[in-house]
Design a binder for this molecule. Structure first.
Ligand SMILES: Cc1cc2nc3c(=O)[nH]c(=O)nc-3n(C[C@H](O)[C@H](O)[C@H](O)COP(=O)(O)O)c2cc1C
Length: 239
């Protein structure tokens, strides 16, 4: 068949790109919103289904797309998959059964000294020309000022960043048909001890991930919007 003239081909390719874009963006948006609506904290995991190392890596790769203050990326993940290790983890997690039932439990950590690694995070931006050296030095100065001598702030930030990454991981898992169950019911010192976690990392949460089994609770209702959203100012907030 004869090739159509260039202008027609250009139009056709632009049109197919547009259709592709519309389909992809609609699906992406729908998937994200569906994942938000469908996610529940799972208690019951299918013990017959495992996750491959590649799947575990992909989940964490997606989690690292989360935002963090100054792009410090305080999050670290220990992926616990072996039965004997999960059993040790369960013992310091108030015996919560899902810790052994889920194929992987992430110990989500926040690096309290994350800002010390900021120079390494900024360098690729300087090399790429996104930041000039002055901008990078400004961010380093800001990090030192915010976190260098304020341990409380540094700890808050580590927990904030790691929590955002954990939420991103939960939504990624949901979008891939998996289930997750965030947990703060554990003894942080016990987790540190059992998994040889250095002091600079604060255990932020445990996050079992796998496939849901039967018997999980339905989605729990949330407070009404009027109770949580205050437009423009906070004077209507209950004191
Ligand atoms: C930081 C955090 C810690 C939690 N810790 C536990 C836990 O230790 N054990 C547990 O069964 N559920 C835990 N949950 C799950 C909550 O109970 C659950 O998120 C809440 O009831 C709302 O339900 P949903 O996530 O299914 O919407 C935790 C959730 C969060 C966000």
């Amino acid at each position: 068949m004869e090739n159509p003239p260039l202008s027609v081909r250009h139009l056709q390719s632009t049109r197919s790109q547009l259709i592709c874009y519309l389909i992809t963006s609609t699906l992406t948006t729908m998937n994200t919103i569906e994942a938000i609506h469908h996610r529940i904290s799972a208690n019951k995991f299918d013990t017959t289904r495992s996750l491959s190392q590649a799947e575990i890596q992909e989940l964490v790769q997606l989690a690292t797309e989360a935002p963090s203050s100054l792009n410090i990326q305080h999050w670290r993940f220990v992926a616990v998959t072996k039965t004997e290790d999960k059993t040790r983890l369960k013992a310091v997690a108030f015996d919560q059964q899902k810790v052994v039932d889920a194929p992987v439990v992430f110990i989500v950590l926040g690096d309290v000294r994350g800002h010390e690694k900021l120079a390494a995070a900024l360098e690729p931006l300087v090399v790429a020309g996104t930041f000039d050296r002055k901008m990078a030095d400004g961010w380093l100065g800001a990090a030192g000022h915010l976190y260098g001598s304020n341990l409380q702030m540094a700890r808050d930030e580590a927990i904030r960043s790691a929590s955002l990454a954990a939420m991103t991981l939960m939504l990624a898992a949901e979008a891939k048909g998996m289930a997750s169950g965030p947990m703060i019911g554990f003894d942080p010192d016990g987790v540190r001890r059992e998994f040889q976690i250095p002091d600079r990392y604060v255990p932020v949460m445990l996050l079992p991930v796998g496939y849901a089994s039967v018997g999980n609770w339905a989605r729990k209702p949330r407070f009404a919007l009027k109770d949580v959203l205050f437009l423009g100012h906070g004077q209507d907030l209950p004191a």
